[in-house]
Design a protein around this ligand. Sequence first.
Ligand SMILES: Cc1cc2nc3c(=O)[nH]c(=O)nc-3n(C[C@H](O)[C@H](O)[C@H](O)COP(=O)(O)OP(=O)(O)OC[C@H]3O[C@@H](n4cnc5c(N)ncnc54)[C@H](O)[C@@H]3O)c2cc1C
Length: 397
Amino acid sequence: MPETAEVVVIGAGVVGSSVAYYLAREGINVTLLERESIGSGASAHATGSLSLLGAEFTAGPSFQLARASYAEFPDLVPELESLTGMNLLYQRRPSLRLALDDEEVDLINSLMEWQQPHVKMRWIDAREVRSIEPRLSQSIIGAMYEDESAQLDSYRFNLGLAGGAERRGAQILYREVTGLVASGSTVTGVATSSGDIHCDAVVVAAGTWSRAFTPWLGFPVPVRPMKGERLLLNYPGEPLPVLISSPKRGHMISRLDGLTSVGSTGGRDYDQRELFAGEEFDRQPTEPARLELLQRAIDVFPDLERAELVQQLAGSRPLSPDSKPIIGPVPGWNGVLLATGHTTKGIHLGPITGRIVADYICRGGTHVVSDMAEFLPDRFADFADADYLAAAKTVDE
Ligand SMILES: Cc1cc2nc3c(=O)[nH]c(=O)nc-3n(C[C@H](O)[C@H](O)[C@H](O)COP(=O)(O)OP(=O)(O)OC[C@H]3O[C@@H](n4cnc5c(N)ncnc54)[C@H](O)[C@@H]3O)c2cc1C
């Protein structure tokens, strides 16, 4: 008997698991295929920061997408926790985006200009920053204070989405997809390491590996791995009362499990040759990154000199040529959708990606943002490899 599903989702990272979850919630018969293990890609390496601030989101549909996804978490997290019994270590707290030099002041101000009407935020001076957290560096010039941002454990979130999808009727199979099965331009299934699975629609959510689908689709799926490293520290002092980040020095977050996360390395930390040295997902922690990240963290919070290193994580983000996600139907095909290329925001944007893909499959389109054009796959019918470099430079977290 051939195996069948209405929809096959390829890749059980946060994005694919979220797509499977939202489809299962609609009552769709969905099979999620994973070649290794849940969270074996980028999703287990992420900080889990859910923040609207930063250079990753631009004015217009990109920011609408970010806000819409942020708004999913307050209901989604308890829903997943109750379905699975897991604690996703989700916290919502005020945040500070710190400026330690004039360049950071300018970077923050340029974002505040267009973000302020949409998000509750205000500039505070160094005195007010230290009244919130007196242990921060004397070099701080000021900060943008945001009433609320959030963070969770990205690996637990990934497991929670996949487990939640299963509880709602999805099937998870541990198999590698090795090709598509089609009748003309209509997809009829996927080929896997142990036989074909017939289906009406396929969602490619294979993170940095999505590029392998280019020859099978005859259509570009432009995603490249872009490395990032971060550290988990054991700090003996009181936890930070706010979530902290700075444009050039990354994040500093007291997690709900008691560890302090600092990092990450981003586009500014690599030259062009290093950045695209390999086509493979890079899990290798490096000494230069460890030393650099520790120094940056101590510059912001000198008492971290007392902290011990618990874990150094390294992984690769699925970078798209404009650093925006690639979501929606593949031109020229019936029944193939992409949900990939989320670059440095795949945890934050996972839920809304799931909702949008479910909208396309169940209702033929979506109204989540005013215009989907900047996320649709057809924007890359023509792109140059050089575009990746420009996109990588915008990744500061
Ligand atoms: C250091 C670092 C910090 C980050 N911090 C944040 C953050 O704070 N906030 C945020 O929003 N994002 C952050 N990110 C980015 C985030 O991790 C990614 O955008 C996100 O995890 C991408 O999810 P994904 O599901 O697309 O890919 P992945 O998690 O990589 O999942 C893809 C899955 O597909 C599977 N697969 C591949 N090919 C096949 C196949 N042929 N058949 C079956 N399965 C297949 C893989 O095994 C893998 O499990 C960070 C990333 C890094 C590296």
